[in-house]
Each structure stands twice: as structure tokens, then as C-alpha cells.
Ligand binder design. Structure first.
Ligand code: PLP
Length: 356
């Protein structure tokens, strides 16, 4: 604390990211932050290497035109429908600042991405968390008509549960006076994107990221897709804050990753297959599973405490995520690893439950 802190700073409760280890030597499997277990497309890595040249002395393209074009092509949209930011977290920050209204509370599920309340706090927006149903579903009929904006991940995080597209369209039909933001960080692991609805609904904003399905969490590239007027608004915010959020390496690597469709399909399919196999194994060990369409699974051990298992696994070099939070404190969130990593996890759980 310092006398120079302004009042707002005192009130901030920053987001706590999942642990990134300093000592990688002791880590056997890192299954705690939903990174992709497979490396990025070799073509993306080659493009980054190629961009590592004398041009780095120059500023990057402030509009990330090539990257926007590649994203538009990948999602069947126009470049005018694309906004790009330094990770989708930054895109979300600009959305909170520039598109949400202060006239009524912002709505999101009670169990959801924990960055939303942090941004609301930073930008002084009131919030109204809407409880998920008993089985962790989002019920759009529960969202009050008067609101300053609605945001939720689809599939939701950290539950992993997917809301079918017709349900989102139902919400868009009634909620026309404020923006509806669908955070599709995990959509590529089995869901259907709402980007197909963008041309129909001017209040719809879809965000995506290269961090999960494209294995580029370290590069920091995220998108918003919407009608051109919304995109123009986000660019106004961005250009009033940082005109060069996407560096040359990220622009080159991001575009190449989006163009390598074959590699993307292959790796996402592998993650999906591993998820189904891991869920079966966990169920055999009497875990209760929330059905997931993401690259992670929320699993509730019934033979021991979740927190105990989290701590024990950590001592064995296996990191998973535990949320000390109402309704989900009996669960572990486990990111899908490689086949080997998933097997190590299962073997360790078996050993721990036997030794207990
Ligand atoms: C990972 C994640 C993000 C942020 O992704 P970045 O692009 O790495 O900033 C946004 N929303 C949800 C729900 C996420 O899980």
C-alpha cells in the first residue's frame, strides 16, 4: 500500500492466474491452466522464426491486417468483423470498458470465468451474477431483461458445460438493447460457434483466442467478432490505450496458425478423444463428471476430498486446479494432457486412493 495509490486501486481484487511453476524439473504433468498439451502448428513456429529478423526494429502493423484477414477467412467473415487484441483477456477488457452500459448491472453466471468480476470492478460496472441451474447449466430465461450487458463463456468455464446454439439465439431474440458477449475460448473442442449469427444480430460479440485450441497461450492473441460498428468502437478504445498491442511475431505466427487447418483439426480431435477416454477412466474411479465440450473436465472425487487430492497430486508433480468456491469446492478442474500425462494422472489417483 502506498500514499500514492488512488482510491480505485484500494478496491481492486486482481485476477489470480493458475500457477506457472518456476521449477519445471519437479513437474510431471501440468494440467492446471487449460493449455493445449500439443505444440503449436510447425508452420506457425516457422512463421515466428522468419519474422525474427531486422524488421523487428520497425513498429508492427497497428491494424494487424494480415492477422484479421486470416481470422476472417477461418470464420467465414469479413476483416471488418474482426478485432484483435493481446490475448482475449485484453479484448474482454476493452469490451467491458467500451460496450457495457453503466445504466444497469452486467449479467454473467455465478460460476464462470473469474476475470469478469475483476474487469467489472476495474471499470466500475455493477454486476448481477445469475445462478447456474442445479446441473450447472446456463438457463437464458433467468437473465433479466434490464441489464448493462450479458457475458458468458460457451462452453462455460470452469464447468466445461456447453449451451447449444439455438439457446443463444433465443437470448439474442429477446435481449436486443444491450450487448451479448459469448466468450468462445473453448468452442473448438466440440461446440458450434455463434460466429454464424453475427450478420443477423447487431448486439452479438463473440470472442475467441489462440491460447487453447491453437496452442499459442505464450503468443497472446485473441479476437472479437461482431458487426463492423462494434469493431470500430473496440478499435477506438484500443487506439486510445495502445496502438501496437500485437507484436510482429504474434501477427506472423497467429496468421500462420489460423491458416494451418489440417494441424488444428488433428490436434483438437486428439484432445477430444483423450477427454472422452479420461472421463471414462475417472468415472471408473467413481468420480462424478460434468459433461465437457472443452479441453478440461470438472470431476468430483467421491472416495476422498477434492482439496486433499489436489494437494497430494501436487506433491507427485501433477498440477490440477482446485477452486475454493461455493458449489464447486468438491471438484477438481483437470486440463486434458497428452495420453501419457493423462495416464500418469490416473495411475497416481489410483495409487493415492489405494494407499489411503
Ligand atoms: C483462457 C480464457 C480466456 C483468455 O484467453 P487469453 O486469450 O489467453 O487471454 C478467456 N476466457 C476464458 C473463459 C478462458 O478460459
Amino acid at each position: 500500500m502506498s500514499q500514492f495509490w488512488q482510491p480505485l486501486i484500494h478496491e481492486l481484487t486482481p485476477y489470480t492466474p493458475g500457477e506457472q511453476p518456476d521449477d519445471w524439473q519437479s513437474i510431471k504433468a501440468k494440467l492446471n491452466t487449460n493449455e493445449n498439451p500439443y505444440p503449436a502448428s510447425p508452420k506457425a513456429l516457422a512463421a515466428i522464426r522468419e519474422a525474427t529478423n531486422e524488421d523487428l526494429k520497425r513498429y508492427p502493423d497497428s491494424d494487424s491486417k494480415n492477422l484479421c484477414q486470416a481470422a476472417a477467412k477461418a470464420y467465414n467473415l469479413q476483416p471488418e468483423n474482426v478485432f484483435v487484441g493481446n490475448g482475449s483477456d485484453e479484448v474482454l477488457a476493452h469490451i467491458f470498458q467500451g460496450l457495457f452500459s453503466k445504466k444497469a448491472p452486467i449479467l454473467f453466471p455465478d460460476i464462470s470465468y473469474s476475470f469478469y468480476p475483476v474487469y467489472a470492478n476495474l471499470y466500475q460496472l455493477a454486476t448481477n451474477p445469475i445462478p447456474l441451474t442445479e446441473d450447472f447449466s446456463i438457463k437464458t430465461a433467468d437473465y433479466p431483461a434490464v441489464n448493462g450487458g450479458i457475458i458468458f463463456p460457451n462452453p462455460n468455464a470452469p464447468t466445461g458445460k456447453y449451451l447449444p446454439l439455438p439457446e443463444i439465439e433465443k437470448l439474442l431474440k429477446v435481449n436486443t438493447d444491450s450487448v451479448v458477449v459469448i466468450d468462445e475460448a473453448y468452442i473448438d473442442f466440440g461446440g458450434e460457434s455463434a460466429t454464424s449469427l453475427i450478420n443477423t444480430y447487431p448486439q452479438l460479440v463473440v470472442t475467441q483466442t489462440l491460447s487453447k485450441s491453437r496452442s499459442l497461450a505464450g503468443l497472446r492473441v485473441g479476437f472479437a467478432f461482431a458487426q463492423p460498428e462494434i469493431i470500430e468502437g473496440l478499435n477506438r478504445v484500443k487506439n486510445s490505450f495502445n496502438s501496437y498491442p500485437i507484436d510482429r511475431l504474434a501477427q506472423a505466427g497467429g496468421a500462420a496458425a489460423l491458416q494451418d487447418h489440417a494441424y488444428f483439426t488433428q490436434t483438437t480431435q486428439k484432445v477430444i478423444a483423450s477427454r472422452e477416454a479420461l472421463c471414462n477412466e475417472l468415472q471408473r474411479l467413481d468420480f462424478e463428471i460434468i459433461p465437457s465440450k472443452t479441453n478440461f473436465v470438472m470431476a468430483k472425487p467421491t472416495k476422498c476430498e477434492a482439496k486433499w487430492l489436489f494437494e497430494q497430486l501436487k506433491t507427485k508433480g501433477i498440477l490440477v486446479r482446485y477452486f475454493n468456491q461455493q458449489r464447486i469446492s468438491d471438484y477438481l478442474r483437470i486440463s486434458i494432457g497428452t495420453e501419457d500425462e493423462n495416464q500418469w494422472l490416473i495411475d497416481e489417483i489410483k495409487a493415492l486412493l489405494t494407499a489411503k
